[in-house]
Design a protein around this ligand. Structure first.
Ligand code: ZN
Length: 314
């Protein structure tokens, strides 16, 4: 099975050019000079990839609509976000809001919808701002306002373009938003590797949280101790990747957090540059893969994304 996936994917990738979903609007995802999120990482990545042998095309997404947002979030929450943005009052302690940030959040959702549509055609695609996995139906935080990937899934499900989705969330923080949104939903299998939430934000995402009702066993948390290195990390990843074969999803979403990197200021895992190349190689086997760039707060973030892509195109 693995061999079949490998051959199909190499064939498809050879025929397609990487699509990079990016718009200058993403630069407005700016929470202020002292905030760890740095929107320039997208622009730096574009400079870097120019010098690499990877062939690519930039695709500018449209913003999502309120109707899209309401596929996942409550009307009360959307009202609150709009009011807070207008007043530039914070959504949570770590997530200040202003009109530019909110506008960008709509573009990020639009970007992830486009990313999933392109991935469904079997093309290589990466959204430079997505996988904002801390946004819950009725609550934002952790630098996340809207759950772009959850909205994209709901929209494409509604349009009949897909039924089942597998999410691999490799951001170092547990995705409390994704977990909350899909906790009772067997049509979305959420697999997350992250630093033990007893030692890191958001303080949830434990191994015993496996889903509820029909969604039981479709939420899989793999907490890793602080200090986990690349070889232990890849070993943990290799144990869950074969679940792809059993679940038979129409689309795989990869939330590519690179805040697992040894120098990341917001967490305590110990991955090095080459580990991202290795992660990329593993995901080159997936024929319909939407890659979303989530956490990554070190200055090396653009290089780590590129390492991943070199592995994926391998
Ligand atoms: Zn993170």
């Amino acid at each position: 099975m693995d061999d079949i996936i490998q051959k199909t994917s190499s064939f498809l990738i050879a025929l397609t050019v990487l699509k990079i979903i990016w718009t200058p609007e993403y630069l407005k995802y700016d929470f202020g000079p002292d905030h760890p999120f740095w929107p320039q990482r997208g622009r730096e990545f574009l400079e870097l990839i120019k010098q690499s042998p990877i062939e690519y095309k930039i695709v500018s997404p449209p913003p999502a609509s309120d109707k899209d947002i309401l596929l996942v979030h409550t009307p009360d929450y959307l009202d609150k976000v709009k009011k807070s943005a207008k007043l530039s009052s914070p959504l949570s302690l770590d997530t200040p809001l202003n009109p530019g940030v909110l506008e960008t959040a709509y573009y990020s959702v639009g970007g992830t919808i486009v990313t999933c549509e392109i991935a469904l055609k079997g093309e290589m695609v990466i959204n430079l701002l997505g996988g904002l996995h801390h946004a819950e139906t009725n609550r934002g935080g952790g630098f996340c306002i809207f759950s772009d990937h959850a909205i994209a899934i709901r929209k494409l499900q509604k349009q009949g373009k897909l039924k089942k989705v597998l999410i691999f969330d490799l951001d170092v923080h547990a995705g409390n938003g994704t977990q909350e949104i899909f906790y009772s939903d067997p049509s979305v299998f959420n697999i997350s590797l992250h630093q033990d939430p007893a030692t890191l934000y958001p303080g949830t995402g434990f191994a015993h949280q496996r889903g509820i009702g029909k969604g039981k066993d479709y939420n899989l948390n793999i907490p890793l101790p602080p200090g986990t290195n690349g070889s232990d990390y890849l070993q943990a990843l290799d144990q869950v990747l074969p679940l792809y074969n059993n679940y038979q999803s129409d689309l795989t979403i990869l939330i590519l957090g690179v805040d697992t990197y040894k120098n990341d200021p917001l967490a305590n895992l110990n991955l090095v540059e080459n580990d991202y190349l290795e992660i990329g190689k593993r995901f080159s086997r997936f024929p319909k893969l939407a890659v979303l760039c989530a956490g990554g707060y070190s200055r090396q973030t653009p290089e780590l994304w590129l390492e991943f892509l070199k592995g994926q195109a391998n």
